[in-house]
Design a protein around this ligand. Structure first.
Ligand code: PLP
Length: 415
């Protein structure tokens, strides 16, 4: 069962959670002076429109018409009820998911890549640099750069660069260029932190270049709220008043924020972040100011962090290997508005297989984390003999992650 929104009902504004937070966000700090950052500190890296969105307290932000035109290539995405999974689990829970895997790059990432490329182009920037973990974000920004005629340079976490050659091919197909990071140490597996350092350093050294981040920052989560807003309209069409719980996997927090932030004002809706046990930022990190990157070039953010020099093990869900979390997600967890849980990777692949063998599609390993929690919530409902409405973000497909599935199927995957 699926609920499609007509294109004419696609949201025309992004939802800003900032006015709804019970505790105000703390400002980012300059990495050198540790003083609050001003717009002039960020302007070598970001266009003014995005700097404005980073700090806005307006309840909504208008989506430019030119951006809506591009998002319409695949949006609105379907809301689907996972009836076959419900049957396989024998649960009374009703499980709904937003299918973000239908985008050109196969994940939620183009939802922010498109507006980021648009605003940079509008302010005369010719070239973008970025980091990528699994390659999902790098391919999304390569796609968006192709749409707006920008050059795109992607620093890809070396472990993923070696595990996922087809993501590199995808980036090159859209005209982007990918190199393994860290660039100066070929023996280093890399992390999102090292790749951010490489990308920020490159952007800061060239006047024609800006930096683009695929997660973590307020404006990125803002762009992703189109997911949760569409889900609200679609759940109403499905006859549901509200979900009991909204679930998303959490790397930097963008797909989780995208689906869950519009539900923050409704205190009856539980929000659940799912992270890997090997990079347990929300469940075992400290809430403190830390650098956004490994080398300390990026601003300090108040977030749950394992330390900017933490190098997570090379788990296959490359997009979840970030040492910190979005300040907005950290804020929600610290105030108790959002819960967090961590799973070892074999349990998440086990869940991904249960999904593939009931629903048919092959989820990204990151998405497998969300599915693990969905299954556990559904089994808890079965145990309690209670109905429950579960909504989760199917953040991406795993058709370019088959080497990870191969390792799992061969019994080679370790926790
Ligand atoms: C499919 C997919 N899901 C989730 C994530 C995690 O990122 P975020 O927490 O920003 O949504 C990624 C990151 O690359 C991804 O590719």
């Amino acid at each position: 069962m699926r609920w499609n929104l007509p294109v004419s009902e696609m949201p025309t504004t992004w939802f800003n959670v900032v006015p709804h937070l019970s505790k105000p966000l703390e400002p980012p700090l300059h990495p050198g002076t540790r003083q609050p950052l001003g717009p002039e500190d960020l302007s070598p890296l970001f266009p003014m429109a995005l700097i404005g969105q980073e700090v806005t307290t307006e309840p909504t932000v208008e989506i430019p018409g030119e951006v809506i035109d591009v998002l319409r290539l695949w949006r609105p995405t379907p809301l689907v009820r996972a009836v076959r999974l419900e049957k396989a689990l024998g649960t009374p829970a009703r499980i709904y998911f937003k299918d973000e895997s239908v985008s050109p790059a196969g994940s939620h990432k183009p939802n922010t890549a498109v507006p980021q490329a648009f605003y940079n182009k509008a302010e005369g920037v010719a070239r973008l640099t970025t980091e990528t973990g699994a390659g999902q974000w790098g391919s999304a920004l390569s796609f968006a750069s192709a749409i707006y005629g920008l050059e795109c340079m992607v620093y890809m976490v070396r472990a993923s660069y070696e595990q996922k050659p087809y993501r590199r091919v995808l980036m090159e197909t859209w005209g982007g260029r990918a190199v393994p990071s860290p660039v100066d140490d070929p023996s280093h597996p890399g992390s999102l932190g090292t790749a951010i350092s490489d990308a920020v350093k490159d952007a800061a050294s060239r006047a024609d270049t800006h930096y683009s981040l695929g997660s973590v920052l307020n404006h990125v989560l803002l762009h992703q709220t189109i997911i949760g807003q569409e889900a609200q309209a679609q759940l109403a069409r499905a006859g549901e008043t509200r979900p009991d719980v909204v679930i998303g996997c959490c790397g930097g927090g963008s797909n989780l924020g995208g689906i869950s932030l519009p539900f923050v004002p409704d205190g009856d809706v539980r929000l659940l972040a799912v992270e890997p046990a090997s990079c347990p930022t929300l469940t075992a990190g400290k809430l403190e100011y830390d650098y956004g990157d490994a080398a300390g070039y990026a601003p300090l953010l108040l977030m749950y962090t394992l330390g900017h020099d933490f190098i997570p093990p090379s788990i296959h869900a490359g997009g979840l290997r970030y040492h910190g979390d979005a300040p907005i997600i950290s804020n929600l967890v610290s105030t108790g508005r959002m819960e967090a849980v961590a799973y070892p990777q074999t349990k998440t692949f086990d869940a991904a297989l249960t999904w593939a063998r009931s629903q048919g599609t092959v989820p990204a390993p990151e998405t497998g984390h969300a599915i693990r929690a969905v299954i556990d919530e559904a089994l808890a409902a079965k145990e309690a003999g209670k109905e429950k409405v579960i909504l989760f973000n199917y953040s991406g497909h795993g058709l370019l992650d088959l080497s990870a599935y191969d390792s799992y199927l061969q019994g080679e995957l370790k926790d």
